[in-house]
Design a protein around this ligand. Structure first.
Ligand SMILES: *Cc1c(COP(=O)(O)O)cnc(C)c1O
Length: 224
C-alpha cells in the first residue's frame, strides 16, 4: 500500500469517528483531498485508493496537473480553494467543478459571464473571512448574506454553499459555528471547513466538506 493510501485509510477512520461522536452520518461528509504542491503521481495514488474529490489552490498548477488525470479518471471532481483573479476566470471555469472562493461582486459577475459564454457551470461557494483577518481572502461575515443574495438573484450563479479558513492560533469552533449559521440562514447546503489540524472540530460544528492536504500527502515542499 502507498503512503497516500495508508494515510487516506487512517483519515477516513478519523472522519468516521468524528461523525460518530457528533451523531452524524459519515456519508454526509465529502473529503476534498488538497493536492497543491504535490505531483500528479501522488494524486494518482489517491485515485487508486478510491479518492475522487481534489482541491487545488492555484489555477496554473491545476491546469498543468489535472487534464491528464481527468482523462484517465473521468469521474474525479476538482475544487478551486485558492483566491481567483478575474483574469483567470476562463481557465477556472474550464477546469474546476466547484469554485469555493467567490468573495466579491466583481468576481461573481465575471464567473457568471464566463459560465454563460462557455456553457459550463461549476458550482460555487462564497468564501467568508470568518475571523475578519486583514491578510485573508473572503467576504466580511457582515456582508456575506448580501453577497450570497447578489450571486443568486443578480448573477444566477449555481451557488450551493460557503467556505472559510478560521484564524490559525485560536479555538476554531466558534468560527466554524458562525460559518454553519451563515449557511443555515441562507438555506445553503454545503459548508466547507476544516483542514488537517481541525477537521474533527469542523465536523462537530456541521461541516459537509473537509479540505485535507498534509494528513494525506505529507508536508508540502514549499508553502502554498
Ligand atoms: C492548503 C489548504 C488546505 C489543506 O491544508 P492542510 O493543513 O494541509 O490539510 C485546506 N484549505 C485551503 C484553502 C488550503 O489552502
Amino acid at each position: 500500500m502507498s503512503d497516500v493510501a495508508a494515510n487516506l485509510a487512517a483519515l477516513r477512520s478519523r472522519i468516521a469517528a468524528a461523525c460518530a461522536a457528533a451523531g452524524r452520518d459519515a456519508a454526509a461528509i465529502t473529503l476534498v483531498a488538497v493536492s497543491k504542491t504535490h505531483p500528479a503521481e501522488a494524486v494518482g495514488q489517491a485515485l487508486a485508493a478510491g479518492q475522487r474529490v481534489f482541491g487545488e489552490n492555484r489555477v496554473q498548477e491545476a491546469k498543468a496537473k489535472f487534464p491528464d488525470l481527468r482523462a484517465a479518471w473521468p469521474d474525479l471532481a476538482l475544487h478551486l480553494i485558492g483566491p481567483l483573479q478575474t483574469n483567470k476566470v476562463r481557465d477556472a471555469v474550464a477546469l474546476f467543478d466547484v469554485i469555493e472562493t467567490v468573495d466579491r461582486p466583481k468576481l461573481a459577475r465575471a464567473l457568471a459571464d464566463e459560465m454563460a459564454r462557455a456553457g459550463r457551470f461549476p458550482r460555487c461557494l462564497v468564501q467568508v473571512n470568518i475571523g475578519r483577518e486583514a491578510q485573508k481572502a473572503g467576504i466580511d461575515p457582515d456582508q456575506a448574506d448580501a453577497l450570497i443574495a447578489l450571486c443568486r438573484n443578480e448573477y444566477r450563479l449555481p451557488l450551493c454553499g460557503v467556505m472559510a479558513i478560521p484564524p490559525a492560533d485560536q479555538d476554531p469552533a466558534p468560527y466554524f459555528r458562525l460559518l454553519a449559521e451563515i449557511a443555515r440562514r441562507n438555506g445553503l447546503e454545503v459548508v466547507s471547513m476544516g483542514m488537517s489540524g481541525d477537521f474533527e472540530a469542523a465536523i462537530a460544528e456541521g461541516a459537509t466538506h473537509v479540505r485535507v492536504g498534509s494528513a494525506i500527502f505529507g508536508s508540502r515542499p514549499y508553502p502554498a
